[in-house]
Design a protein around this ligand. Structure first.
Ligand code: SF4
Length: 312
């Protein structure tokens, strides 16, 4: 269940659902069942992961794959890169259109730091990793998570969008940090950060694909229940392929104002063109309510004379 306290409802601001474990499990099993495969997701080598992170800062992931493979063919280990001629690394960067050449210089410098300051072994904490040249807090945390399973919760634009929509987390960096940290399962930053970023990249996109991608958080999601899919980086309501989610949102917000309503009382409040026997009539509304009931959001008693109410 989402909220346990008396008087709370699915739209209560701020707090995460009581059953955080169920929320975590749902996301991890969604991610593990089917996710985009990138070769750097199959490795735990910090050098290979660092190269993928630096490359993807300015380049679309699909294009990074070939460049990443070529780079590792040429400089397979951090020691190889440290020993390389810097001009060759920069030339590689330009030839593969990987963005600012400074990133190539910093990567080369970071490899030399690992060789000279850490005896060739990467440091394992976000703090130490961020001492490496060109490695900011985000990249340090990504390497700590994906290589060493030792990171904090990632909070990037995608993650903020997910938290804002799903749990109504206020648009404030410290609130996002707090919610993200609370969700992160202890010692599971590798799978967790991958999973939540995948959710933001595949399902909870600016134009969300909740049903199409089988989002595992629909039953808890505030935006899914209300139909309001705005987010910090999506200031106006995104367009949908159909209006069904908006209609769902209207049903929920109408039922919040009333204890319960019959179909013909609810219908006109959801659609101005509602007519009991029309295209948008009882049959249409019953089907919509039955979807919402399947998702655990409303309860419906009876058939034609049905009464609908929010599930408490
Ligand atoms: S149900 Fe939709 S809006 Fe909610 S978290 Fe999932 S994809 Fe995002």
């Amino acid at each position: 269940m989402t909220d346990g306290d008396a008087g709370s409802d699915d739209t209560a601001p701020g707090p995460l659902p009581d059953d955080v474990v169920a929320v975590r499990d749902a996301l991890v099993s969604w991610y593990e069942t089917d996710h985009r495969s990138y070769p750097w997701r199959e490795t735990e080598d910090p050098y290979e992961i660092l190269v993928s992170e630096v490359m993807s800062q300015q380049t679309q992931l699909d294009r990074v794959v070939d460049a990443w493979r070529d780079f590792l063919d040429r400089w397979p280990t951090v020691a190889d890169l440290a020993a390389a001629d810097r001009a060759a690394v920069v030339a590689f960067w330009s030839d593969h259109s990987l963005g600012y050449n400074n990133r190539a210089k910093y990567l080369h410098e970071a490899a030399q730091q690992v060789r000279d300051d850490y005896d060739g072994d990467f440091p394992t904490t976000p703090e130490e990793l961020s001492e490496l040249m060109g490695v900011g807090p985000y990249t340090a945390n990504a390497v700590a998570s994906f290589a060493f399973n030792n990171g904090d919760a990632v909070v990037d634009t995608n993650v903020k969008r997910v938290l804002y929509r799903a749990f109504d987390v206020p648009d404030d960096d410290s609130e996002f940090e707090r919610a993200a940290a609370k969700l992160l399962p202890d010692g599971e930053s590798r799978v967790w950060n991958n999973a939540i970023m995948e959710l933001g990249g595949v399902a909870c996109r600016k134009k969300p694909r909740c049903d199409e991608e089988g989002c595992p958080w629909r039953e808890w999601c505030h935006a899914y229940a209300t139909g309001d899919f705005t987010a910090p980086d999506v200031p106006t309501q995104p367009e949908f392929d159909g209006s069904r989610r908006q209609m769902r949102g209207r049903v929920i917000s109408t039922l919040k104002e009333y204890d319960e309503l019959g179909l013909d009382e609810l219908g006109p409040r959801v659609r101005v063109d509602y007519a009991p026997d029309g295209e948008y009539g009882r049959e249409w509304l019953s089907e919509l309510l039955s979807d919402l009931a399947d998702d655990g959001l409303v309860e419906v008693d009876g058939d034609d004379e049905a009464l609908a109410r929010l599930r408490r």
